[in-house]
Design a protein around this ligand. Sequence first.
Ligand SMILES: Nc1ncnc2c1ncn2[C@@H]1O[C@H](COP(=O)(O)OP(=O)(O)OP(=O)(O)O)[C@@H](O)[C@H]1O
Ligand SMILES: [Zn+2]
Length: 721
Amino acid sequence: MSVRRTRVVTLNAALGPLDYRVPDGVEVAPGDVLHVPLGPRQLVGVAWEPERLPTEEVGDNRLRPFLGKVDIPPLPAPLRRLCEWTADYYLSPLASVLRMVLPSAAFANPRQLTEYRPTGTRPDRMTPQRTRALEKLEGRQGSVRELARHAGVSDGVIRGLVNALALEPVAIDADAPFPVPDPDFDPPELRPEQADAAKRLRSSIGQGFQPFLLDGVTGSGKTEVYFEHVAEALRQDRQILVLLPEIALTEPFLTRFTKRFGCEPVAWHSDLRASERRRAWRAIATGEAKVVVGARSSLFLPYAKLGLIVVDEAHETSFKQEEGVQYHARDVAVMRGNFEDIPVLLASATPAIETRHMVDIGRYEEVRLTERHATAELPELRAVDLTQDPPDRQRWLSPSLVRELEKNLEAGEQSLLFLNRRGFAPLTLCRTCGHRFQCPNCTAWMVEHRLMARLACHHCGHVMPPPSECPECGEEDTLVACGPGVERIADEVKALFPDAKTAVVTSDTIWSPARAAEFVHAMEAGEIDIVVGTQLVTKGYHFPDLTLVGVVDADLALQGGDLRAAERSFQQIMQVAGRAGRGEKPGRVLIQTHDPSAPVLEALVAGDGPGFYEAETEARRGAAMPPFGRLAAIIVSAEEEADAVGTAKRLGDKRPNVEGMAIYGPAPAPLAMLRGRNRQRLLVHAERKLDVQAEIRKWLDQVDWPSRVRVTVDVDPYSFV
Ligand SMILES: Nc1ncnc2c1ncn2[C@@H]1O[C@H](COP(=O)(O)OP(=O)(O)OP(=O)(O)O)[C@@H](O)[C@H]1O
Ligand SMILES: [Zn+2]
């Protein structure tokens, strides 16, 4: 009798599929998660259908037995197919995709059951480290390791604080069950058009694969409507995944969900503690977690009984992952729906051109909401021509915007100023010699952050204290900040309205769901008059007393001029405008620009969304750009410039000659240096019908490069730097 064997994909991307012997008395099926030996090491891997992963056969006599099964449910077949598709489409190792399915939390031992939290007691003996740690740990809870990492101190400091009774132990039930949302807890009275939409969506549960675009103006009640979709999936005892583009949106979502369904859903995002992560992962894999709300990484989790995927704010480009497996969560969500044979709902007031196109060709079904809820009207949009109505020197708010802010303050209503630039100033230079502060690791200026008293690189995180003298010419006090970031606009507001209460909202101030909750509560309680924020405040929020939105620099998003610049700028302004006038009072939006005749601004002001979409779609069609053609970017990077240039050149020399496919480059990337690596780019532009991935795979297989050179392929790229 021959030896029984199983093929295994490990979580190690450097390894191909491996064969193992199945020990006597053990049964293995594809999807089982196994401990396997590799040399002296022990790895985790997943049993796979051998015919789907051809590899060189190893003789029976050389097979080692695997060590045992991991005590977690097997990965279901639709998920295995999704992993294969993702690896194939995005030209990534299957192991890298599997790591997203099986994060280390999945195997964590439940042994560590004690966490710690501050007691409010200050130890008799304080050290600067202890002081700093206690400041950072306010409101936190976690293991010694997690708290130490969060506070930036050693484990010893945390243990010292426990001994000094400044931190107390809390027992954690690692497997406490999650509450079950009640689909009929508190459903709203739907308007007729909402009820129609909800009815169509409800009828799709349990009826197989169907992608939907839920397209409705801001504030029309898209969330209320897709909650009915969720409720129906719950009634049919299916699991539901709701994807959100930013972790900052989780908190308001949880509150709203609780009002509708009586308890919180299970959250999955980067801010979870290890114990929470383990508990959530297990509940997802067993089917006990009914509704999961998460960032894009929750898309690959092994749901036992998935019945619906919702992608909220589906146009958001943050659904595109830019590192590791460079997938687009919106597109992979639709593929997952296809493999699981379930509906997928994309919700957006400003759908991506790609999504609209899928509706146009009949692949996605559109469900529309045309009006705002209750008495709320869509706000009026007006362009402010900065050439006619310029701000004072070293100021960025035009007199007409300032007047509107003043009116709002007098009326006791809230205002929002939008500028998509973190920090105080994007560039610092020396007035005497013209020296500009650049990041030593990246082709990027150092951005001044006054709140943190630092210059920071937004690409690699490099920081330095602001110097008092110019490093080039040695002159003192000659450094000037150029251009505004949100902090500088906030300063301008404070100078204009010293009594107004302002808040700066960026990823620097809102980095966790808890901070987002604080902001939302402060807004709701009327403790903020004027918010100055980046794209973080443009979406999802519902503040009834917010009636004025000022777009500080509408020209910003159009700079750089990549494929999606006009689309992105349209979406951003529509979304931020959509925050105004959501309650009983009407809203108004002032858009500051140097070029009010730019087509995207004219469309916004005229309220001609359809016209904008049509023109943009035709432009894409004419240039055979996505969704009418395909793009893939190839980035070659190395610490030594010669290495990057050499490999890129050899790739360029071997470029395939395929009809319907053009390859541009190699050329230095616009971000020629990133995190200390020199970067070269090639861009593949191909007809829709071409199998670009297959061509690229063949091409890359013909060229070798040393391990110090990294070659990454970005399929359907969103970033062109
Ligand atoms: N049928 C309804 N009954 C009661 N309240 C409703 C109803 N529909 C919508 N609302 C309320 O109107 C407000 C806007 O709705 P919602 O946030 O769902 O809109 P949206 O389309 O998701 O908005 P956006 O795209 O701007 O995020 C919310 O406060 C919501 O609770
Ligand atoms: Zn940098």
